[in-house]
Design a protein around this ligand. Structure first.
Ligand code: THU
Length: 134
């Protein structure tokens, strides 16, 4: 059973570390592994704008580089000041998620008031798979 409230709380804390002096759009996330571990991430921007790294990819790379590759859910929060809208993962992050996460991987969004649950299969159907290049 996924503790969605805990995951959102961890994402909010991680958002506090966002390095976003260019967009001022602060994103935080918390990635839950099947073994129960949680890896957090924030967006990390760069003066060379295109080198910005999203919060989701930060968390996934942290997890994989520490030996965790099986995931069940991710909570994502974003906004400039207060959180007022749902922040959906960008296309690049959806592709990166699709490498290691199954269709039922849960994506938990929070707009400051309520949460919304989606699955990777809903947000990213018919993706380019590793099986395609065998
Ligand atoms: N961003 C994320 O961290 N995750 C997303 O899924 C959407 C966008 C970041 C990238 C950039 O630092 C800022 O939000 C504005 O696009």
């Amino acid at each position: 059973m996924v503790n969605y409230d805990l995951l959102i709380k961890e994402a909010m804390l991680a958002r506090g570390f966002s390095y976003s002096p260019y967009s001022h759009f602060k994103v935080g996330c918390a990635l839950l592994c099947k073994n129960g571990k949680i890896y957090t991430g924030c967006n990390v921007e760069n003066a060379a704008y295109s080198e910005a790294i999203c919060a989701e990819r930060t968390a996934i790379v942290k997890a994989v580089s520490q030996g965790d590759t099986e995931f069940s859910a991710i909570a994502i929060v974003g906004g400039i000041d207060e959180i007022t809208d749902f922040t959906y993962p960008c296309g690049a992050c959806r592709q990166v998620m699709s490498e290691l996460c199954s269709e039922d991987f849960e994506i938990v969004l929070y707009n400051g008031k309520e949460r919304k649950l989606c699955t990777l299969g809903q947000l990213f159907p018919n993706f380019f798979k590793k099986e395609s290049i065998k």
